[in-house]
Design a protein around this ligand. Structure first.
Ligand code: KG4
Ligand code: ZN
Length: 336
């Protein structure tokens, strides 16, 4: 059996510059330059600022990934970079850098669908992970439920009709004065809180796989303003736990609607929101109850990283796929 290809994966679709060297399921290195501090003072990701920060970080980060892996660039089989979806200016940095590096080294270049990267992430940590499976993808930019029928064969069963789940966390945390990024802040604040104190609406009950989170924002702001006025505002941990529960509830319910509908034996997750402790707990409990295997990546593998891009690229490489030198980014790429 021939050895798996040695791949450098680059990820610059949003606010993290990431690079990793992967061979098969083995992550030889994975490094990250987070822009959280840069964007925090604006309360959200500023596209122009993100693109500039990627430009500043990409070269040294790539060198660090290669050095940490003990790999010389000439030994690589391919260079991969995220092609989309994401912020156009941000995507362009990693894509152009990766394409140029591959060209200079005389190596294969692969442009990777960021969402396919999330689908491949669990493979780096679980030897027995694979299709068929239902995968819940939830981050700052996307919320979707995918039926992975086979590697490379995906059907998107549902997605958000307005805000992404991470966006809901971020907007609500901002409203509650908890800073950016909001997901980890609400996760932290919820500790010890009672999720039953306030019952916020669970939207789109009539659509089994779709999400809507913009109504929750209105419900929370209306509730908080009124409660504040009446002097009946619940303690912050209870309020946060209730907000978190409203988001987690629908993510779990709709994921398992899909599991049941397609008869999937396995469920997996990806995207920053899957780092949420309550969501992980609830997915674990539900999977156990139904006798379905759960492949939940470690929190660092849920959030954006270069290893998942290399993992998806590895599959594409072994199928003989190559990305043409004149290919461009596709910021609105859509999986399945
Ligand atoms: O996948 P990701 O790192 O980047 C993209 O948006 O693609 O996801 C970031 C999102 C942010 O909205 C952040 O608030 C959310 O994931 N997030 C969380 C947690 N950690 C990150 N949401 C809830 N709980 C968390 N622990
Ligand atoms: Zn992502």
């Amino acid at each position: 059996m021939s050895e798996s290809p040695l791949i450098l994966g680059l990820e610059t679709s949003c606010d993290e510059t990431a690079a990793a060297v992967v061979r098969g399921r083995e992550v030889l290195s994975s490094v990250l330059a987070s822009q959280v501090d840069v964007h925090a003072r604006f309360g959200g990701v500023v596209p122009e600022v993100a693109a500039r920060a990627h430009v500043e970080a990409i070269r040294s980060l790539t060198h660090r990934a290669l050095r940490d892996a003990g790999v010389h660039p000439v030994d690589l089989d391919a260079v991969a970079a995220t092609r989309g979806p994401g912020l156009a200016g941000a995507l362009m940095v990693g894509f152009a850098y990766g394409k140029t590096l591959a060209w200079a080294l005389g190596k294969t270049f692969l442009g990777v669908d960021h969402m396919e990267g999330h689908l491949f992430a669990p493979r780096l940590e679980y030897a027995d992970y694979g299709p068929p499976a239902v995968v819940i993808l939830a981050s700052g930019g996307h919320s979707q439920i995918v039926h992975m029928r086979d590697w490379g064969d995906y059907e998107t069963l549902g997605s958000t009709i307005d805000d992404a789940a991470g966006e809901a966390f971020d907007k609500l945390a901002r409203f509650l004065g908890l800073g950016f990024p909001g997901g980890p802040a609400i996760d932290r604040e919820s500790e010890g809180g009672d999720p039953k104190v306030v019952s916020f609406p669970r939207a789109l009950a009539d659509r089994p796989y779709d999400f809507s989170f913009s109504g929750l924002k209105t419900a929370v702001t209306t509730f908080v303003r009124r409660a504040h006025h009446e002097g009946s505002l619940p303690p912050m941990p209870d309020l946060c736990a209730s907000v978190q529960e409203a988001i987690v509830d629908v993510l779990v319910a709709k994921t398992f609607n899909a599991v049941e509908a397609v008869g999937a034996p396995a469920v997996a997750g990806g995207g920053g929101v899957l780092a949420n402790r309550r969501l992980r707990e609830r997915l674990q409990a539900e999977a156990k109850r139904r006798g379905v295997t759960l492949f939940l990546p470690s929190p660092a593998m849920c959030t954006d990283n270069g290893a998942m891009i290399a993992a998806a690229a590895s599959f594409r490489y072994e199928r003989g796929e190559r990305t043409a030198p004149d290919a461009d980014i596709d910021s609105s790429m859509y999986l399945g």
